[in-house]
Design a protein. Structure first.
Length: 422
């Protein structure tokens, strides 16, 4: 009965005052410094939402698997670890790290932790539910602001604690941490941005995270025409410092794409441009760069057109070639791409494709014949290059779906029976 009352006391504390009070009482009763984390090392106590101390992260990476009714004792570090889990929610876990623990203390601390397990499980379940609701709200927010162009964008932003003004202009910046993306707790990301803002006296910054990308809403204060002479240098310096800071801190090749500044109702356009700027270089295998949409040159104008016009341009320029490739497996597209990359050096293209140079010449003639063009003309080459680059970006962003329309019973027959969809 006494044990039940003790467990209820812990539960009442967790319900009324939260994990901080629960952690403080555990630390006080056990007489040892305590850190509570999740499976991936993000702290719940003493400070929530940041990465746990280095020694805890190191132990988390090296300790063996053990069950909830067991403990792990790292003798060299004198650190004792307990685990709390929810059987009905996969990957739900709290890890309790007690520091400076001697072997004689293990039994006593274990008994205290056991009596608090009900409270810890109650907190963990509530935390998981809160995280689920937060994810749903964040998804609705992003879709409303950046995808569906919701007219209530101001209210949606306010719900996320973002107070920005309808009369001002803002830009969206997207950060990609690379293929081996490190785990960055939102609180830690916001803290680094706050430090950056104070150091560089940058205007409004609102960091968010969605679909593996880190999104920042920036003030467009430097976009006014009268400040053009200093805006470019200011922006480039800021973004370069930003990219360097996050690359060094998180030991990652951070890539940054930045849209141009728009008023609040058109903020989705800046997000769209930032995605294009980021993908424009990523599809070529580049990492660790800063690319502004405004610096894409002629491609800025192309991507600035209505999406239907862009897609029509790509298809009108390349559809016949792609259709022939689909039906005959002729390798014309890869040949054209390689020719572009080698500045139409036939010999180098043949080496890269492991074919005879005469094969390259034959394919070039076939491309010219199919498209009714002169490949020696600079304008023709540019149109082909533009269509390939733009099409690649649109496909990577799922704005242009690859595929084809064919006649039933004539699969892979003649080029007239199949029309590619790029």
């Amino acid at each position: 009965m006494e044990e039940k009352n003790i467990a209820l006391d812990w539960l009442e504390l967790a319900a009324s005052k939260g994990i901080k009070a629960l952690g403080q009482k555990l630390q006080s009763k056990c007489g040892r410094k305590l850190v509570i984390t999740g499976r991936q090392g993000i702290a719940h106590y003493p400070e929530a939402g940041i990465m746990a101390p280095y020694e805890v992260q190191a132990l988390l990476a090296s300790m063996p698997a053990f069950e909830e009714n067991q403990y792990y004792y790292a003798k060299n570090q004198q650190m004792l670890v307990f685990k709390v889990m929810l059987a009905d929610i996969p990957d739900s876990m709290l890890l309790l790290f007690f520091a400076h623990v001697g072997t004689e203390d293990i039994s006593r601390i274990g008994s205290i932790v056991e009596s608090s397990q009900l409270a810890l499980k109650w907190y963990l379940r509530g935390h998981k539910e809160f995280a689920r609701r937060l994810h749903e709200q964040r998804t609705a927010f992003f879709e409303g602001v950046f995808i569906k162009h919701n007219i209530g964008v101001e209210e949606l932003l306010r719900e996320q604690g973002i107070v920005i003004h309808r009369d001002s202009k803002y830009a969206v910046m997207l950060m990609d941490m690379g293929q081996d993306q490190p785990l960055i707790p939102p609180a830690d990301f916001r803290a680094k941005l706050l430090q950056f803002r104070q150091r560089h006296q940058t205007e409004l910054i609102y960091p968010l995270e969605w679909n593996g990308l880190y999104l920042v809403i920036l003030s467009g204060i430097y976009s006014q025409p009268e400040f053009d002479f200093l805006s470019e240098a200011k922006r480039q310096e800021m973004f370069a410092c930003w990219q360097q800071l996050f690359s060094e801190v998180y030991k990652a090749e951070v890539s940054i794409g930045v849209g141009t500044s728009y008023s609040l109702p058109e903020l989705h356009r800046s997000y769209h441009e930032a995605r294009i700027a980021l993908m424009f270089r990523q599809i070529k295998g580049e990492q660790g760069f800063v690319q502004e949409f405004a610096d894409l040159g002629i491609f800025r104008e192309l991507f600035g057109c209505e999406q239907e016009r862009i897609i029509r341009f790509c298809r009108q320029t390349l559809d016949k070639l792609l259709a022939y490739d689909h039906n005959c497996d002729a390798g014309l597209q890869i040949t054209l791409r390689t020719l572009m990359d080698t500045n139409f050096n036939y010999k180098l293209t043949a080496e890269k494709l492991f074919v005879h140079v005469n094969t390259v010449r034959y394919r070039c003639d076939k491309i010219s014949q199919l498209l009714g063009i002169d490949l020696n003309h600079p304008d023709t080459r540019f149109n082909l290059y533009a269509a390939l680059r733009v099409g690649d970006v649109l496909k990577a962003l799922n704005m242009l779906q690859p595929g084809y329309v064919g006649s039933i019973g004539n699969h892979k027959n003649s080029g007239t029976e199949t029309q590619t969809l790029f």
